[in-house]
Write a protein that binds this ligand. Structure first.
Ligand SMILES: N[C@@H](CCC(=O)N[C@@H](CS)C(=O)NCC(=O)O)C(=O)O
Length: 234
């Protein structure tokens, strides 16, 4: 008798241009659980807002319902299929601390400059200055918080690594374009980024990103000179 394949219980909705989608995709790959990807874009339609109340991607479809917000998605995957967090409460909290700093004080200010870099628009000098001020503070914070050994929270890759890796990939591109600054170099994370890029999950996610991002930039008529893997070289 041939083995019965269990039905797919999880579907990740979104697409590979999104760094948040890529974090969730990587966590699913790392967990080893079977899942499907349903390609879709963020939307403010009433139908999509019922699934993802802020209209953002990614959103995870589970047997019990829908989960939006990447931190919540990672938490759910980890609770069901533990593999990326240690059991020690202190180390778990330190990973969350790092995730918050990356998300709020690096990702968001750099995202505010996406229009001028990736979307064929222009960033105002006020927006560039505001983002720089936050970035100056967060890079100081991250220099003490993110010290690879060889991963950000120790010997095993964890949520903080996935979060930082995919957020810094785009943040690095923006900071190089706008400020001529390499965040990975400033943070001493170039070797860590190369280590992360070698993971099986990263190779799958980064290949999907390269294809989707090239198409996205063409659609937006952005002049950004995209080269896959460039940001990781530090
Ligand atoms: N806090 C959200 C952020 C997700 C997010 O910003 N997703 C972007 C794509 S990378 C999006 O959906 N943007 C569309 C929008 O903001 O309307 C999370 O953690 O999942």
């Amino acid at each position: 008798m041939s083995p019965v394949t269990p039905p797919v219980m999880l579907r990740l909705h979104g697409y590979a241009v999104s760094n948040y989608f890529n974090i969730a995709h990587a966590a699913l790959l790392e967990s080893g659980v079977r899942f499907e990807i349903v390609e879709c874009r963020a939307s403010q339609t009433p139908e999509f807002l019922r699934l993802s109340p802020m209209g953002k991607i990614p959103v995870l479809e589970t047997p019990q319902g829908w989960i939006a917000e990447t931190v919540a998605i990672l938490g759910y995957i980890e609770d069901c299929f533990p593999c990326l967090l240690p059991t020690d409460p202190f180390t778990r909290a330190r990973q969350r601390q790092l995730i918050n700093v990356v998300q709020v004080y690096v990702e968001l200010p750099m995202r505010s400059l996406y229009p001028g870099v990736f979307m064929g628009a222009t960033n105002s000098s006020a927006a560039i200055e505001t983002a720089r001020q936050t970035l100056d503070r967060s890079t100081i914070a991250l220099r003490s918080l993110a010290q690879p050994q060889p991963y950000l929270a120790g010997e095993q890759a964890g949520h903080a690594d996935l979060f930082a890796f995919y957020c810094l990939d785009l943040a690095e591109r923006v900071s190089r374009e706008v400020y001529g600054r390499s965040l990975l170099h400033e943070l001493g994370l170039s070797e860590w980024a190369q280590l992360m890029a070698q993971r099986n999950s990263s190779q799958i996610v980064l290949a999907a990103f390269a294809e989707a991002f090239g198409a996205y930039l063409m659609e937006k008529q952005a002049t950004y000179p995209f080269r896959a893997g460039e940001s990781i070289r530090g």
